[in-house]
Design a protein around this ligand. Structure first.
Ligand SMILES: Cc1ncc(COP(=O)(O)O)c(C=O)c1O
Length: 423
């Protein structure tokens, strides 16, 4: 059956109605021969996916970077897990809880491309990366390298480690429009000294959406004997890569971002040879030094969220990472290409597909980001994230796979009309 007939039979062309997980799989089957780039432009297909999301009609959500809401197909499964755990109570907690979490972590390792022995489920990126920053055996005078554009929570943790252990933090500033990978690699290299032990780098900078050449940075740092910790909050399940291919030492991400898992789930990857080096945030009973479960003591926590991760992975696998990446890339290019050359508009995200994907940041010359955010919301009902710091002044625009061209056209119209506000 072709896609059009399928959608007609499912009553979806022009009507509303949500496909179940199996029907989405059948729909995707009808387009299996279509290239991800071509499918990215197929509004009928993505409209069928959109039907699965309960979207607030009061505003257009261009702030999917904080939290990717769940499609109803996953939300329903999650609610089912909440009910089931509540039904079984302590019996569940004392019997299959840990085995279930382990199986889910194995499934996650499958999409991360790593060994299950190198990955644990945490609550979020902050917990994952702060465990590494706080858990290394720092000595006074040791140095760490990071960027002004890194996420605040990790920078704060490095400041604490600096006060506590006398670590020296060297902070670089990443340009919004680098001329080459070498420019970025050399920037990080310039901050390394004989005392540097750890380099933190964002895979995708959260305020601009710029993707950094992480593999090249890892290679450079390793040649100098420096370990690399990657902040993958925005890269995991957003575009295609495998964690081992980055050859980093540590990698953290939040699953409530691009994997659309219920709030409060993350991953920490630790390359096997580094596991024994890290002191856990919360102590676990005696384990072998290289057993990653040493780092995974949490106390009692929302176990139904762990279970829903498996459903979110099913949904993600049905759509397929290539299709998802292509759709997000298409949406970003659609709007940025129409405003990038307007004289009053400042695009803070590179156009190069190797350096960006779904997220981009836009400013208006002479206008504070907060004011731009206010105008977009009050006049156009467009919700964004204004950013005013670390050399970036503009609103972060984060569509999701369900975003429509019509919604982006409104953003383009708004940004075009804002010329008057500046003239
Ligand atoms: C680059 C980056 N790192 C870390 C985080 C922290 O994520 P969480 O609050 O889920 O720990 C974020 C959140 O937006 C982020 O964008």
């Amino acid at each position: 059956m072709d896609k059009r007939t399928f959608l007609k039979n499912a009553g979806l062309v022009g009507l509303s109605g949500m496909l179940g997980m199996k029907s989405i799989a059948s729909l995707v089957e009808t387009v299996s021969a279509v290239s991800p780039a071509k499918l990215a432009e197929d509004e009928d297909f993505w409209a069928a996916i959109r039907e699965g999301y309960r979207l607030n009609p009061d505003y257009i959500n261009f702030e999917n970077g904080y939290y990717n809401i769940l499609p109803e197909q996953v939300l329903e499964k999650f609610i089912g897990h909440v009910k089931e755990v509540n039904f079984q109570g302590s019996y569940y907690m004392r019997t299959v809880q840990f085995q279930n979490k382990k199986s889910v972590a194995e499934k996650l390792a499958g999409i991360a491309g790593c060994s299950p022995d190198e990955l644990i489920i945490t609550r979020n990126t902050t917990e994952s990366l702060d465990m590494i920053i706080g858990g290394l055996d720092w000595k006074p005078g040791d140095e760490a390298v990071m960027a002004e554009q890194d996420y605040g929570a990790m920078l704060e943790m490095f400041r604490q480690v600096s006060k506590r252990y006398g670590v020296i933090n060297r902070v670089v500033s990443v340009p919004d429009h680098p001329a080459s990978d070498d420019e970025i690699v050399n920037l990080y290299a310039s901050a390394i000294t004989g005392k540097t032990r750890l380099l933190m780098v964002c895979h995708m900078i959260n305020i601009t959406g710029q993707i950094l050449p992480v593999r090249k940075i890892c290679d450079m740092a390793h040649r100098r004997g420096v370990q690399v910790m990657v902040d993958g909050a925005h890269s995991f399940a957003h575009f295609k890569f495998s964690i081992p291919d980055l050859d980093c030492d540590y990698f953290g991400s939040s699953l409530h971002k691009w994997l659309s898992v219920p709030l409060g789930a993350g991953i920490l990857y630790v390359k096997r040879e580094n596991i024994a080096r890290v002191w856990p945030l919360l102590a676990e009973a005696e384990r072998k030094p290289d057993d990653i479960s040493r780092l995974n003591h949490t106390g009692t926590h929302p176990v139904h969220t762990d279970l829903a991760i498996a459903d979110a992975i099913d949904f993600y696998n049905i759509i397929g990472v290539e299709r998802k990446e292509a759709r997000l890339r298409f949406l970003q290019n659609y709007w940025t290409s129409k405003v990038r050359n307007l004289p009053h508009v400042i695009l803070n995200t590179p156009a190069d597909p190797a350096r960006s994907c779904g997220i981009a940041n836009v400013g208006i010359r002479g206008m504070k980001p907060a004011e731009l955010g206010d105008i977009l919301f009050s006049k156009y009902r467009i919700y964004t994230a204004p950013i005013d710091g670390a050399g970036v002044h503009g609103c972060r625009i984060t569509p999701n796979v369900f975003t429509t061209i019509t919604e982006l056209d409104l953003l383009i119209k708004a940004l075009t009309e804002l010329r008057q506000a500046t003239s």
